[in-house]
Design a protein around this ligand. Structure first.
Ligand code: NAD
Ligand code: ZN
Length: 359
């Protein structure tokens, strides 16, 4: 399967398949032949779980740099170490970089590629479900001690190779986390698709074939949005559905304690409660969505670990927050997102409703 991504700055494809790494990489032969070196960035878990398959199937010579896993790779230290590696290997502007891992490896590698000698081409080889979102669209970043993803660039890859073999070793928590972004893509785009997901017995044990279908749909939504708005001036903001409250939970817990997508799922329910006040959705729908999320094991107990006041500190760190007003993505109905400024007083009221609903 191929999904084209046509942003203003760059056009490329996401190729999606099973057990097809060798052919998929070879399909970039034209570009790779011109490269003087191929460098693969990965993380320690991905390399342990999938390094053998990667080495057996990657059709060209390459050098590998193994990062720590998770947010630990999105630091200035690892950014520096990665650049040092490229320099020590005598890479040039003709070198080609691969990001082999989840969103964290993708974000770090993309930023390294964007800035090494003012930019070298890179390909994303995602290994998580979440990365159907993060590997497409060209947002790259590392974290600053004062905030997540604060240092970065918009830098599009030359392509994305999504081999679903990699998903087979993904821990269940990461499957759950990434699936939340699939659900988010359904919520902002397509009521029938969300209905289908909510009707499934489970969304975290999809067959490989079913998963590929869901990933493709999610990638299509992302591709369409970034084609329209590469640098988040308008519709790209809709991809932040669930992320304002979700990020606060993720940050309050300490990154890695509640996985990104798990926190986003919590944020999606919070946004449904807020949406009831502004659009057509009602409490009955919010309750059925919450039931669906709980059934799939999303950790709503995390909400009660923090007071609203504790979350406020992180809510106000949101890049979109100004003068005590937050810019929330809400839903008029499923598939119809819009931006709504919400003040902290209302945030607190809805937070209290949320806690009652969870009690
Ligand atoms: P991740 O990259 O941290 O991976 C999650 C965990 O799973 C890690 O421990 C990793 O080592 C392990 N793992 C990954 N693939 C595996 C595999 N196939 N088998 C076994 N273990 C595997 O997390 P993620 O959820 O993929 O991505 C989260 C990151 O993505 C965050 O840093 C977030 O900020 C970023 N993000 C970026 C964008 C974007 O547009 N750039 C969008 C959403 C999220
Ligand atoms: Zn996200």
């Amino acid at each position: 399967m191929r999904v084209p991504v046509a942003t203003k700055s760059h056009q490329y494809e996401v190729v999606l398949g099973h057990n097809f790494l060798a052919n998929a990489v070879k399909s970039f032969e034209d570009k790779l032949q011109k490269a003087d070196k191929l460098i693969v960035f990965t993380d320690v878990n991905v390399w342990a779980a999938q390094g053998d398959y990667f080495k057996a199937n990657f059709p060209y010579e390459f050098e590998v740099f193994i990062l720590p896993s998770g947010e630990a790779c999105k630091t200035f230290e690892q950014y520096n170490a990665a650049q040092t590696f490229l320099l020590q290997k005598k890479c040039s502007r003709k070198s080609f970089v691969f990001a082999f891992g989840g969103g964290a490896v993708g974000d770090l590698t993309g930023f390294v590629a964007a800035t090494f000698m003012r930019g070298v081409p890179f390909i994303q080889i995602p290994t998580t479900i979440l990365a159907h979102d993060s590997a497409v669209g060209g947002k790259t970043a590392i974290n600053h001690p004062l905030g997540k993803n604060m240092i970065g660039a918009f830098y599009q890859p030359e392509g994305v190779i999504y081999d679903t073999v990699f998903i087979e070793s993904l821990p269940e928590r990461e499957v759950r986390s990434g699936t939340a972004e699939v659900i988010k893509h359904a919520m902002i785009s397509n009521a029938a698709w969300l209905e289908e997901l909510m009707a499934a017995d489970t969304v975290i044990h999809f067959s490989t074939e079913e998963l590929a279908i869901q990933l493709r749909k999610g990638i299509e939504v992302k591709a369409q949005i970034v084609a329209e708005d590469e640098t988040e001036q308008s519709v790209r903001k809709f991809l932040n559905l669930g992320h304002t409250y979700g990020h606060a939970i993720e940050a309050a817990a300490g990154y890695g304690k509640v996985a990104h997508g798990e926190a986003v799922m919590i944020g999606l329910v919070y946004c449904l409660l807020l949406s009831e006040r502004y659009g057509e959705l009602d409490r009955q729908f919010t309750k059925s969505f919450l039931h669906f999320a709980v059934k799939n094991g999303y950790p709503f107990e995390a909400v009660n670990n923090y007071t609203f006041e504790q979350l406020t500190e992180y809510l106000m760190k949101d890049k979109k927050a100004e003068y005590g007003i937050l810019q929330f993505v809400l839903l008029d109905k499923i598939g119809k997102p819009f931006i709504q400024p919400i003040d902290l007083v209302e945030c607190k009221e809805v937070d209290a409703e949320f806690r009652q609903l969870l009690a």
